[in-house]
Design a protein around this ligand. Sequence first.
Ligand code: 5GP
Length: 200
Amino acid sequence: MKRGKIIVLSGPSGVGKGTVLREVMRNRSDLQFSVSATTRPIRPNEVNGENYWFMDKAQFEQLISDDALLEYVTYADNYYGTPIKPVEEAMDNGIHVVLEIEVQGAMKLFERRDDVISIFIAPPSFEELKRRLLGRGDTAQQIAEKRLRIARWECEAAKKYKYVVVNDDVQRAASEIDAILTAESCRSEYYEMILPEEEM
Ligand code: 5GP
């Protein structure tokens, strides 16, 4: 069985990564979402174990000292990290694992691993991102402004990813990601030619 790959999906807060990703996953059975650990407070409509594993600082630091994270960062004053075990298990079963992570953590992974398919989801424009981010009801103004400053820096990092998908339309963005994943699975390096035993 071919080993699964890591798919890193990044993009600034407010770009609609979650919505696009849900659409991609609805149409494919070879993907698993990596549920990250975080110390940020849970938002309305979020479910522990589904969106994130929500925990306190001490619990997160235990994961760090147990070497149980593939990567982790401090982002907007909270820890975020990818538990390694479910990622490895899924990959062993030929399933691709989608990591929806921010840019710094992604960069660390690009340095360490060569089995990463990297996709950056970009907003149609920075103005549009600002509108979406400041208009989001579940985040306080001050936090949204901090995220906007980070977003500017993150958009500058887009070129470090292999692919960039602009989210001006969810369906279109999702079908572009689907096309990328299909193209990646056809790369010649994954092809195992079945040849007859003897020369004909
Ligand atoms: P939010 O608080 O809006 O859910 O996420 C904030 C940022 O943290 C997003 O860019 C999200 O992709 C990123 N993030 C979520 N989980 C992880 C993780 O495990 N590692 C890293 N490096 N970033 C993460």
